[in-house]
Structure formats: structure tokens, C-alpha cells
Design a protein around this ligand. Structure first.
Ligand SMILES: Nc1nc2c(ncn2[C@@H]2O[C@H](COP(=O)(O)OP(=O)(O)OP(=O)(O)O)[C@@H](O)[C@H]2O)c(=O)[nH]1
Length: 782
């Protein structure tokens, strides 16, 4: 590694170069890992036993549990019994565990050469996990609550708090010693409530009233309309429906006083709870209100830009509750003040996820492979090896693409098939690079990569007729652009590539800029957030250094690709929202050959630290974070925006599946089969009618579903309803619809509650037919 010849080619500082080199030695794409690791979940006995459908994915844990329970009891299992079945500690000899032991990961050999850094993904993959995962005694957690109830639970009910108050103290003391081990972290108050044995939740109305009186809580006597009645009445009045309750000033003010008291109580709870103090939490309540409003505005603007019209009413209570989310107790010696650490980190370069998209063969992998080589991420020896080997199979022009296209099939076929990841730094930014496939067959993989992105490079081929082939009907230039925008990408660099083939002609550059620019602004990109840069991935012109070619410098005075990338805005992270981490990969054996399960994914919102308890949804199984890596470096905590690889203990691998979400028991992510969405219809030939079958894309998930109801058509400009219960939807329409998943429930959230978990794509017969956001979850659980 690190020979002098490649040093000459580098641009950034020596420090960044050396750190970049280090990451180059250990970087290995998840795609590559996925290929080389044998997934226990797909071949496990349990999932085989459960497979009634020909699914390509492991069954959700909920389904697996259901199957297990069915087999045992021979009766339809209640969700509670499912949860009980799945409770924490399982003997090593359990069927699931045996099944998960069947598969042994194969060793991996790094295609890029260079020694693997300790603890890198490649290194991990090459290590055989210990045969027997370490058994770490968890806090005694009873049955997990039913999936249907979990998402709705916010705070302990009065009856619960009364019946459990005294016992809790004793129990807490008894269990304290158990939590000495960082991996046996004590559950939060909310988690304890959620996992409390049913017998302790005896309802004692007298005690509740006594307690309420003692605390001077005004108990609602039902001698007048309840606040809910008044709100419903107000809504009815607005929509012209008849009211059974007369809306008077008095009962309205009563409703407001109750609401104010509730707000005050919530604030008090929030203040006393041990919360994750995010950077924002230090602000005054006034500032928080402003922040919340601007968040709303941002969501509204984004929906507007996507052609989705105006946003429906908002739920400020959800944001306030999120801020009060308690942490599972981590022993003091191990506890991290994430807010403080995050502030320290904000002095570092901001981190962004950058996806590279575009029509097949536009030159994405070559461009980024050459870029990484010029940055010093790929050493000279490896590059020469790629050149020799690619020439040997008659694909010499793909040598740079091999930096990112690492699998044998990708190299033989000369196309990218799955997302390849890499890391690099510029002067002011750190990037996780996601190279997406351009071929239409792999759009689902492109969607899953783009869903993680903060910014994108759209690569177009400037050679004669090639731009037109990618841009006109059927090409992926338009489709990728609209998908990226619908998935929340706002900042875009258009790399006008292969300009060497067009003799660096300014006219060709201008022609493409005009045609593509018009389309991009039409699909919602802001002019100020789109930049066009002329490049050649093959010759390396204008990638890291500014071009010296006279044909280009005569008319182009702008930045190089790297200089432009360095100017991407740092993204806003959802630190003060509940933890949501989408699982993108998992395998048996923890980091550094330890026991447990390795889980990789991206934290979409919230924070997480070693020792904390996490809940896997669907399935509601819990595990503990034993160790963690952020961007392949050992870490004790992680926050929204981080790519994380961690070891979870106390969790059966059978409960994981790609696309499942890690959250906390206090704020579980809803699981649903039916929801309402606001979509914009793309260029479709056959109109959408009720019953229309689709494939729903959500993050890395793609699930069969059906549009069960067309609710209303909306005017994009005004947000007004133009037609209720339409018979069909055609090209360009914005509409509210109801969607039902036909095979299994998935974790999903409304766009207002979580921008990342609230976006959806609808595809049919290999084409994207619509994109939009989740308005409302209609059914909870399966
Ligand atoms: N002349 C010229 N050829 C290029 C340039 N960039 C890429 N190519 C060639 O275009 C072909 C396709 O390049 P790739 O990098 O594999 O394209 P891609 O967009 O990554 O392909 P997919 O990921 O499969 O969609 C290769 O033969 C490259 O050598 C360029 O700037 N100039």
C-alpha cells in the first residue's frame, strides 16, 4: 500500500490521504459481503418450514413466530402468545439456533488487494464466527407486548403507575447488580412498562382516583363533552357534518385547558426523564418551537416540490413525545453523553451519503473508480492488476470500473448489479459513496441505495446518440432522476461524461444541460441545487484536478468534480426523533469473532450506544448492542446519518431480515399492512384503478401490494381536492390512495413523523408507476 507513484496523484491533505488509504484497505462493499456470506436466514430450517410463499427473502420474524406457534399449539396464535414464545433467552439447542448454526460463512479474499484492516467488513467476513455465541444473561424480560398495541403506547397509564410504584423500587434494587455488565443494560421505564408481566398490571380504579386527587390531577367526570368530543365536533362543523355537541366558548376553552394541562404534564415528564440530550435539546423551548415549525415547512416544501400538493394536518405531540424518549440504562462507567459527543463531532467534517446514478453504461463505475484512484484510495499495484486482468478477459476499458464492481459476474458482464460502497474525504466533507447499477433490471437495488443518499451524481453519456438513448422513453436517466428526487435527494451534480468522445464540444455540453435541466426542474429539483460538470471518467479529465485540456479550458472555467462535491450542503440529521435503523445486512458472528449477530444498516433518526437495548421490528424481539463500528471505525455510539455495523447479543438471527427496523421498545416503529399515501403518478400507459397490483418499494424492501382504494385527486398547485372517489388515475395526477400489502406487514411511518421511513415507490412490470409519501397508517400490526 501507499506507494509513491500514487501519492503524486493525490489532491487532499496528507492527513486525509492517509486516513483515506486506511479506509481503502479495509473497505469492502456490503454487496460483496452479501455475496460471500451464506445467509442463515434464507436457508434455515425454520424459514423453510414456514415458507408457504416462494419468497426470495427470509420471512419476517413475526411470520416465523406465527408458524412456530401454530406448529406447537395447532391453533391460531394470539400476538401476545407469539411474543411470549419469542421471549428473550433461548436454549442453544433450540430449532432456530440449530438452524442458524448450519451455515458457516465462507472466507473472503479482497478483490482489491491490500491487507484488510482489523475489524473491517472484509476481515469480518473472512473470520469464522465462534461456534457457540457467548451467552450473556439479559435482564429478565417477560413477554414482548402485542405488535398491535406497541406502536400506540406512549407513557404508562395511571393504573399502571399506581399498581407498580412500590414494587418497582424493590425490583430495581434487586436487578441493579445484573446491570453491572454493560451488555445487560437495564431497560428504560417505558421498556419496563412494555415488558412488565401482565399480573402486575392490575387495574385498581379506587387507587387511580386517590392518586389523581393526591396529585391534584383533574379527573374527567364525563359530565360534559370530552376534549375528543369537542375536537370531533369542530372537525364536523368544518366539513359541514351534523354535530351532536354544541360548540360553545365554554366547552372549547375547557378542551384547551385540558390540552394545556396535558402539555404541562408532558413537559414535566420530559424534564425528569433521562433523555438523550441532542444538540438541539440545549435550545430554549422557544427555539424548539421555531425548529419544529421549520421542520414542518421543510416537509411541506418537499411535498410541494415532488408534486404531492399540500401536507395534511400535523401532530406536534409526536415530536414532543419523541424528545422525551428515555434511554435504556447503561452503566455509568460506559455511558456516553451522545449530545456532547455529537457536538464534538460537528467540529469534524460533515458526513454525507453520495449515490452515483444514471443510465446503463453511462460510465458511473469508471468515473468513480478513476476518481478514487486519483484521490489515492486505490494503490498503484492494485490498479495495474485490474488493468492486466481486465485486458485478459477482453474488457480493458473496464479497469477503473473494477474498483467498484467487485464480483466476478459484474466484471464478466461489464455491468454493476448491486450497490457498491466506498469511503472518501474531500477538504471539507466525508463521504460514503454508493455506486448504483444503471441496468433497468436492478432498479430495486438502485432504489435501496438512493434511499440512503443525501446527495447524488447523475452521470450522462455525452457521446453521439448515447445521451438521447438514456434520456428518451425507456432510458434510465429520467427514471433515476425522478426516483432520486422522490426519495428525498435535493442536491445533484450532473456529470456530463465521455465528453472526450464529443471532442469536448461546448455545444454538446450546452445541449445536454438545456434538455436535462428542463426535465430536472420539472420533477422538483431546485435550480440552485443542480450543477453540471464536464468530465471524462476514462481519461480522468476534470475529476479531481481541474482539466488542462485546451479544448475544454477554452470554454469551461468551473470547478472540477471533486471541488463541486466538496460544496454539497451538510444534511440536517433527525437526532431528536426516536431511533430508527434500517437493517441492510446481517450475519452470524459478532465483530472480531465474538458471539452474537453482526447487523449493518443506516441510522435514519435518533441515536444509539453500546449497551443499549434495541427492538427488531417486525417481530418485537429485543437484543443488546455489544460492540459497534461507525464507517468501519470502532465506536461507542452512533447517531442519525451514520452507517453502522454492530454486534447484537441476546437476539436470535432468525428474527432479522433485510429491511427490518431497529428501534427502542419505548418508541417502536409501526408495523402495518394497510395505509394511506399521497402519490404522484408517473408516465403510465394503463390507468390505475382500484385493485391495481403493485410492488411497493420502501427502503431496501420490495413487497407485493395492491391499491385498494382511490380516495381523492388533488390539485398540485392549490392542494385542493378536485375529485373524491375517482374511478381511475392517469399520468401526472396527484392523489390520495389506500394501499394494502398482500404478503406480510412491514415497518412504516408517516412522512410527518419520519421523512426517511415515510417515502414509498410503486412499481409494476419493471416500471416505476408512482412515488409518494405515507399520510397515515390505517392498520397496526399484521
Ligand atoms: N471514451 C470514454 N469511455 C468511457 C468513459 N467513461 C466510461 N467509459 C466506458 O463506458 C463503458 C461503461 O462504463 P461503466 O463504468 O461500466 O458504466 P456504468 O455506468 O458504471 O455501467 P452500469 O453500472 O452497468 O450501468 C466502459 O467501457 C468504459 O470504459 C469516458 O469518459 N470516455
Amino acid at each position: 500500500m501507499g506507494d509513491t507513484s500514487s501519492n503524486k496523484k493525490t489532491m487532499p491533505t496528507l492527513a486525509s490521504l492517509s486516513s483515506a488509504r486506511q479506509s481503502a484497505t479495509s473497505a469492502n462493499s456490503l454487496a460483496q459481503l452479501r455475496q460471500k456470506m451464506q445467509k442463515p436466514a434464507t436457508s434455515s430450517l425454520a424459514s423453510l418450514a414456514a415458507s408457504s410463499n416462494e419468497t426470495k427473502k427470509p420471512l419476517s420474524s413475526l411470520q416465523t413466530l406465527a408458524q412456530r406457534s401454530n406448529a406447537n399449539a395447532g391453533a391460531a396464535p394470539s400476538l401476545a402468545s407469539l411474543a411470549a414464545n419469542s421471549s428473550v433467552e433461548k436454549p442453544l439447542s433450540s430449532l432456530a439456533h440449530l438452524a442458524s448454526r448450519q451455515s458457516t460463512p465462507k472466507p473472503i479474499s479482497s478483490a482489491r488487494g491490500g491487507g484488510g484492516g482489523g475489524g473491517s467488513l472484509a476481515d469480518l467476513a473472512s473470520r469464522k464466527p465462534s461456534a457457540k455465541p457467548a451467552l450473556i444473561k439479559p435482564p429478565s424480560l417477560p413477554a414482548v407486548p402485542p405488535a398491535t398495541a406497541a406502536p400506540r403506547s406512549k407513557s404508562p397509564t395511571p393504573e399502571e403507575s399506581v399498581s407498580s410504584s412500590d414494587d418497582d423500587e424493590e425490583e430495581e434494587e434487586e436487578q441493579e447488580s445484573m446491570y453491572e455488565n454493560p451488555l445487560c443494560a437495564k431497560p428504560s421505564a417505558a421498556a419496563q412498562f412494555l415488558f412488565k408481566p401482565q399480573q402486575s398490571l392490575k387495574f385498581n380504579p379506587q387507587a387511580v382516583f386517590q392518586q389523581a386527587r393526591k396529585q391534584r390531577i383533574s379527573v374527567f367526570e364525563f359530565d360534559q363533552p370530552s376534549p375528543d368530543d369537542i375536537v370531533i365536533a369542530a372537525q364536523n362543523q368544518r366539513s359541514g357534518k351534523k354535530n351532536s355537541i354544541k360548540l360553545t366558548k365554554k366547552n372549547l376553552s375547557f378542551a384547551f385547558s385540558i390540552a394545556a394541562a396535558e402539555k404541562k404534564a408532558a413537559t414535566a415528564t420530559a424534564a425528569s426523564a433521562k433523555t438523550v440530550k441532542t444538540a438541539k435539546a440545549a435550545k430554549t423551548s422557544k427555539e424548539e418551537a421555531v425548529e419544529f415549525l421549520s421542520d414542518e415547512e421543510e416537509i411541506s416544501q418537499e411535498m410541494d416540490a415532488m408534486g404531492l400538493g399540500k401536507i395534511a394536518s400535523t401532530k406536534p405531540a409526536a415530536a414532543a413525545a419523541a424528545a422525551a424518549e428515555p434511554l435504556v440504562k447503561v452503566p455509568a462507567s460506559k455511558r456516553v453523553d451522545v449530545a456532547k459527543e455529537y457536538e464534538k463531532r460537528s467540529g469534524e467534517k460533515p458526513k454525507l451519503n453520495l449515490v452515483v446514478i444514471g443510465h446503463v453504461d453511462a460510465g458511473k463505475s469508471t468515473l468513480m473508480g478513476h476518481f478514487l484512484y486519483d484521490l489515492g484510495q486505490v494503490n498503484e499495484r492494485t490498479m495495474r492488476k485490474f488493468e492486466r486482468e481486465s485486458q485478459k478477459i477482453g474488457k480493458g476499458s473496464f479497469a477503473y470500473a473494477w474498483v467498484l464492481d467487485e464480483t466476478g459476474e459484474e466484471r464478466d458482464r461489464g455491468i454493476t448489479m448491486d450497490i457498491a460502497t466506498n469511503h472518501f474525504e474531500t477538504e471539507h466533507r466525508q463521504f460514503t459513496l454508493l455506486d448504483a447499477p444503471g441496468h433497468r433490471d436492478f432498479i430495486p437495488n438502485m432504489i435501496s441505495g438512493t434511499a440512503q443518499a443525501d446527495a447524488a451524481i447523475l452521470v450522462v453519456d455525452a457521446s453521439t446518440n448515447a445521451f438521447e438513448a438514456g434520456f428518451d422513453a425507456g432510458g434510465q436517466t429520467k427514471e433515476h432522476a425522478v426516483l432520486a428526487r422522490s426519495l428525498g435527494v435535493q442536491q445533484l451534480i450532473v456529470a456530463i461524461n465521455k465528453l472526450d468522445m464529443a471532442d469536448w464540444a461546448q455545444e454538446r455540453f450546452k445541449e445536454i444541460e438545456a434538455k436535462l435541466g428542463a426535465y430536472l426542474y420539472q420533477v422538483g429539483f431546485k435550480k440552485s441545487k443542480v450543477v453540471f460538470v464536464p468530465v471524462s471518467g476514462l481519461t480522468g479529465e476534470n475529476l479531481v484536478k481541474k482539466s488542462q485540456i485546451a479544448q475544454l479550458t477554452s470554454w469551461y472555467k468551473g470547478p472540477s468534480l471533486m471541488e463541486q462535491i466538496d460544496q454539497f450542503d451538510a444534511p440536517m440529521r433527525l437526532l431528536d426523533k426516536p431511533l430508527r435503523m434500517r437493517v441492510t445486512d446481517f450475519f452470524k458472528g459478532g465483530i472480531g469473532s465474538s458471539g452474537g449477530v453482526s447487523v449493518a444498516g443506516n441510522i435514519e433518526s435518533g441515536t444509539l450506544q453500546v449497551g443499549e437495548q434495541v427492538m427488531v421490528v417486525p417481530g418485537n424481539e429485543v437484543g443488546f448492542v455489544k460492540t459497534m463500528q461507525v464507517n468501519e471505525e470502532p465506536a461507542t455510539w452512533a447517531a442519525a446519518g451514520d452507517s453502522v455495523l454492530m454486534t447484537l447479543v441476546n437476539l436470535d438471527i432468525m428474527n432479522l431480515s433485510n429491511g427490518c427496523v431497529l428501534c427502542t421498545g419505548a418508541k417502536p416503529v409501526p408495523v402495518t399492512t394497510t395505509f394511506e399515501a399521497q402519490i404522484v403518478v408517473f408516465d403510465i400507459r394503463v390507468p390505475i384503478t382500484p385493485g391495481y397490483p403493485i410492488v411497493l418499494h420502501h427502503g431496501s424492501l420490495d413487497e407485493p401490494a395492491s391499491i385498494i382504494k382511490l380516495v381523492e385527486i388533488i390539485d398540485k398547485a392549490t392542494g385542493q381536492v378536485t375529485k373524491r372517489n375517482p374511478r381511475c388515475l392517469t399520468k401526472g395526477m396527484t392523489a390520495k390512495i389506500q394501499i394494502k400489502l398482500t404478503q406480510r406487514p412491514i415497518p412504516l411511518e408517516s412522512f410527518k413523523d419520519n421523512k426517511h421511513l415515510g417515502r414509498i415507490m410503486l412499481r409494476k412490470d419493471g416500471e416505476t408507476v408512482a412515488a409518494g409519501v405515507v399520510n397515515e397508517i390505517l392498520t397496526f400490526g399484521s
